[in-house]
Design a protein around this ligand. Structure first.
Ligand SMILES: NC(=O)c1ccc[n+]([C@@H]2O[C@H](COP(=O)([O-])OP(=O)(O)OC[C@H]3O[C@@H](n4cnc5c(N)ncnc54)[C@H](OP(=O)(O)O)[C@@H]3O)[C@@H](O)[C@H]2O)c1
Length: 289
């Protein structure tokens, strides 16, 4: 499906599906530390509906958020999903009673998680499943082959439309691509955390999306003197500058900033359209290099 958008950054095509580069990450809609229900369910539903109303066509979620909570919110807010909206989910971790994220990547784990996502999102096939590797501390070396083969099997069964990888090393990206086409890599990356710079450029050259998680710093919001200084010179919120920088960094970067507030969603969309000068970018580049 092709579509256009008036959102900052325009569009990107994930495999055969065009989405807005400005997307939305639903993780922060669950309760504290991504466990349990939101404090204000109506507000969470309102954010999701506003996102789609404003033209966002890429929503990132996971059945591990809550667990089940954000998928159920997405379903309540948006089902039946407009054809234009792509919902990306992920598999590879469960939740424990303490809010931990235990790795769960045996073939049976992955089949169970895909089925759970189908149920909680209320769909017959998942638009995009990211195979999440590593652990809470980041990517870890090791083969992704077994997990990829399970996702391919589920794709052949018609339960998964597109495959991506997440929290991965560059070697795992190469290995995954040797097994099946992938449409995106979702790794941690932002102004201050730029270990994936070479991977971003390599994927851009090969037409694969790079979807940074924690684009605003996640649980520890981005803070830096240079960011504050550029933002105050532009008269813009620091978060807007961080998002605009990502959009300008590379055309294959898709944004999935999270927020539980409609006001922040609107502010972020408006702010991501900021045009950063070469001087702004040079100052911001010093933060993470
Ligand atoms: N693949 C993975 O392993 C993985 C890991 C983590 C996350 N993710 C995905 O990545 C998405 C993005 O990550 P994230 O949501 O954790 O982090 P983030 O987008 O970096 O930051 C979200 C935080 O920023 C705050 N925020 C947003 N806009 C703001 C504004 N204009 N002013 C001030 N504060 C603002 C939000 O608070 P308010 O609610 O107050 O706005 C929220 O606490 C997630 O939703 C999830 O879908 C994937």
């Amino acid at each position: 499906m092709t579509s256009t958008t008036t959102l900052p950054g325009g569009t990107w095509t994930l495999g055969d599906r065009t989405v807005s580069r400005f997307g939305y990450g639903a993780m922060q809609l669950a309760g504290p530390w991504v466990m349990g229900p939101p404090a204000d369910r109506a507000a969470a539903i309102a954010v999701l509906r506003e996102a789609v109303e404003l033209g966002i066509t890429h929503i990132d979620t996971s059945d591990a958020y809550g667990p089940h909570v954000t998928n159920e919110l997405v379903r309540e807010a948006l089902h039946p999903y407009p054809d234009s909206v792509l919902i990306a989910t992920k598999v590879g971790a469960d939740r424990d009673a303490d809010g931990g994220w235990p790795t769960a990547r045996t073939p049976d784990d992955l089949r169970r998680q895909v089925r759970a996502n189908l149920v909680s999102l209320g769909v017959e096939a998942l638009d995009l499943v990211n195979m999440r590797m590593g652990d809470a501390a980041g990517p870890r070396p090791g083969s992704i082959a077994e997990a990829m083969h399970v996702l391919v099997e589920l794709q052949e069964q018609g339960l998964v439309r597109r495959i991506g990888v997440s929290n991965v090393t560059a070697d795992q990206v190469v290995e995954a691509r040797g097994i099946a086409p992938i449409v995106c890599v979702q790794n941690m990356y932002n102004l201050a955390h730029r270990g994936d710079d070479p991977l971003v450029d390599q994927l851009a050259a090969e037409g694969i999306a790079y979807v940074p998680f924690f684009p605003l710093g996640g649980f520890t919001p981005l803070q830096s003197e240079a960011l504050t200084s550029v933002a105050s010179r532009l008269g813009a919120p620091a978060m807007s500058v961080a998002l605009a920088w990502l959009l300008q960094r590379s055309p294959n970067i898709l944004l999935i900033p999270g927020t539980s507030k409609v006001a922040h969603l609107r502010e972020n969309i408006a702010g991501a359209a900021l045009s950063l000068s070469a001087q702004d970018v040079a100052e911001l580049d010093r933060i993470g290099r």
